[in-house]
Design a protein around this ligand. Structure first.
Ligand code: NAI
Length: 245
């Protein structure tokens, strides 16, 4: 797919991997909707990017189906269609399972997993009547390998991997491709030496054979590859510095 002129909606686009993906789509000449719960940060980043191409902000809570449906409508009203949806917004809750509240468990599932259902459902409804499209989900290495302190996150990202395959099979004949990217630990708001403390940060680095954490742009690079490559569907690409090798 040639991305020039295509319309991409990126959830969680106000920061980290989503923001890097939004910038990468703009650099390819795509039109972008940055959709995020963080209205202030999202509007600011959108303003900063106006000189790079056509970009608009939409406030969304991806755990609400109504809000996600409105996000897709907004993109269609603003730019005429939706060609690409990146289901990227996500949260992580750390803690041991015997102390995990149902509220925190459910919130993680709602933001990381239900969002993929809502986004895919409403994007695909449009795409199947408009010649096709691309859905990309941000999964995680923790969708394939367990981590003791990430029970709900593990569950949500494991589900995203199989939702990716299921959707890919259902809609391949409608010219809709569905893939996922599974990052290792990536420097972002949640993941930094300051946020995690030097000890835990260094422990994370040591799990990546490449000797450092990833950068959001390195994940965005894979998102662009998955968008452009017309023979890829139903797969999850690991971009993890060797974490799962
Ligand atoms: P981030 O915290 O920088 O960005 C996440 C964005 O999602 C934020 O802008 C936040 O406002 C937004 N968001 C959170 N809840 C939302 C909601 N209910 N509705 C709409 N937007 C919401 O983090 P990062 O790292 O860029 O995360 C992006 C994705 O990458 C997530 O799905 C995360 O699970 C995944 N990931 C991140 C890794 C990392 O080490 N940073 C590793 C593997 C996966």
């Amino acid at each position: 797919m040639d991305l020039a002129g295509k319309v991409a909606v990126v959830t969680g686009g106000a920061s980290g991997i989503g923001l890097a993906a939004a910038k990468a789509y703009l650099a390819k000449g795509a039109k972008v909707v940055i959709a995020d719960f963080n209205e202030e940060g999202g509007k600011q980043e959108t303003e900063n990017l106006k000189s790079h191409g056509e970009v608009e902000f939409f406030k969304v809570d991806v755990s609400s189906e109504e809000a996600v449906e409105n996000m897709i409508k907004f993109a269609i009203d603003t730019f005429g269609t939706v060609d690409i949806l990146v289901n990227n917004a996500g949260i992580g809750v750390q803690g041991e399972t015997h102390d995990l509240s149902y509220e925190d468990y459910h919130k993680t599932i709602a933001v990381n997993q239900d969002s993929v259902f809502f986004g895919s459902k409403h994007a695909v409804r449009h795409m199947m009547n408009h010649g096709g499209g691309v859905v990309i989900n941000t999964a995680s290495i923790l969708g394939s390998v367990g981590e003791g302190s990430a029970f709900a996150y593990n569950a949500s990202k494991g589900a995203v991997n199989l939702m990716t395959k299921s959707l890919a099979l259902q809609y391949a004949d409608k010219n809709i491709r569905v893939n996922a990217v599974a990052p290792g630990y990536v420097e972002s708001g949640m993941v930094s030496r300051d946020a995690l403390g030097p000890e835990f940060y260094d422990q994370l680095v040591s799990k990546h054979p490449i000797g450092r954490l990833g950068q959001p742009e390195e994940i965005a690079h894979a998102i662009i590859f998955l968008s452009e490559n017309d023979f890829m569907t139903g797969t999850t690409i690991l971009v993890d510095g060797g974490y799962t090798a």
